[in-house]
Design a binder for this molecule. Structure first.
Ligand SMILES: Nc1nc2c(ncn2[C@@H]2O[C@H](COP(=O)(O)OP(=O)(O)OP(=O)(O)O)[C@@H](O)[C@H]2O)c(=O)[nH]1
Ligand SMILES: [Mg+2]
Length: 300
């Protein structure tokens, strides 16, 4: 239990970054493979729509059509999602909010991608004899945003292994979803540098960054502080708090007590407590939470 420093103080003393060599290679490969696809789909996390984006990294994609998919909407705050829809519309961005665990939701990706390709074709004046009706999409995005899950839903089979941890997909993998749709799955890639350190904490909390980078202690404490500040009713209910006007340590100890996280010498087993908190948060048991709002927006 970090008694002296909280997650926020940690941000002031350290710089969170995660861009190992395999991600650099993955970016190079993505650039090489651009010519093989006719649309790029960037999967982000709906709880942090800009912080989980990496569009800047793919600047030399030319005029390639680009669709931003905001996934895990079923874990995000609905009011924040509405605010982001307005923002992206105003920015003239092609986007769609989805929940990859729901097949119907995934169909909206295909619909949107087809519309974008069609508009692109009209704009570039391609005549119908040269237009290839087959859609070849490359799915890119930060680790653990749900890329492989989306591909599996589109293909209707477990074509690419998905897992609840960042860094599952290691190689570029072509998946034939149907006769008119080929999809290229890619390894998750972080931005080379996370400028805003609070974004590093958000990305750890939503598990785009593995726990060993920021450590479960800081990620879990960050989540608890965030939910205490929010006065989250779901957090209160899940751990049977009487009220949320308490400090971080009191909150963690209370969670330890009601979840039976005591070591043999009767002290709290904080590793266990942090694991429970992160797992509960990431599976939505602590409510629908968004970390990021569009610029200038606050929610009532
Ligand atoms: N709640 C929720 N979970 C999701 C959703 N989409 C994916 N997941 C879960 O998120 C985890 C990561 O999914 P993956 O498809 O492996 O993510 P990825 O982007 O391919 O990850 P990397 O290959 O590591 O880059 C899995 O446990 C999925 O079941 C969603 O919309 N909602
Ligand atoms: Mg994957």
């Amino acid at each position: 239990m970090p008694k002296e420093k909280t997650g926020i103080e940690y941000l002031e003393q350290n710089h969170i970054n995660w861009f190992p060599g395999h991600m650099k290679k993955a970016v190079e490969k993505i650039q090489q493979n651009l010519k093989l696809v006719n649309i790029l789909i960037e999967v982000r996390d709906a709880r942090a729509p800009m912080a989980s984006g990496n569009k800047k990294n793919y600047q030399n994609r030319g005029q390639k059509p680009y669709l931003i998919v905001l996934n895990k909407t079923n874990l995000a705050c609905p009011k924040a999602v509405e605010a982001w829809k307005k923002f992206f519309t105003e920015q003239n961005e092609s986007f769609v909010f989805v929940n990859a665990l729901d097949k119907n939701s995934i169909k909206t990706i295909l619909k949107q991608a087809k519309e974008i390709l069609h508009a692109h074709r009209l704009k570039s004046n391609a005549n119908s004899t040269t237009f290839k009706s087959k859609m070849k999409m490359m799915i890119i995005g930060l680790p653990n945003t749900g890329k492989s899950t989306i591909i599996n839903k589109l293909a209707n089979r477990d074509a690419s292994k998905a897992a609840a941890r960042p860094g599952q997909t290691k190689v570029h993998l072509w998946v034939k979803a149907d006769k008119d749709l080929d999809i290229l799955d890619t390894p998750g890639v972080m931005p080379p540098r996370i400028d805003e350190q609070i974004h590093g904490m958000w990305l750890s909390a939503i598990h785009a960054i593995p726990d060993h980078i920021v450590t479960p202690d800081y990620s879990a404490c960050f989540v608890v502080e965030y939910l205490l500040n929010l006065k989250s009713p779901e957090f209160k209910k899940q751990y049977k708090f009487e009220n949320l006007d308490i400090d971080l340590e009191t909150a963690c100890n209370h969670i330890g007590k009601i979840r039976g996280c005591l070591s043999t010498n009767n002290s709290y087993d904080y590793d266990h407590i942090y694991k429970i908190i992160l797992n509960d948060f990431r599976t939505g048991k602590l409510g629908l939470v968004s970390f990021e709002l569009p610029p200038g927006i606050t929610l009532a």
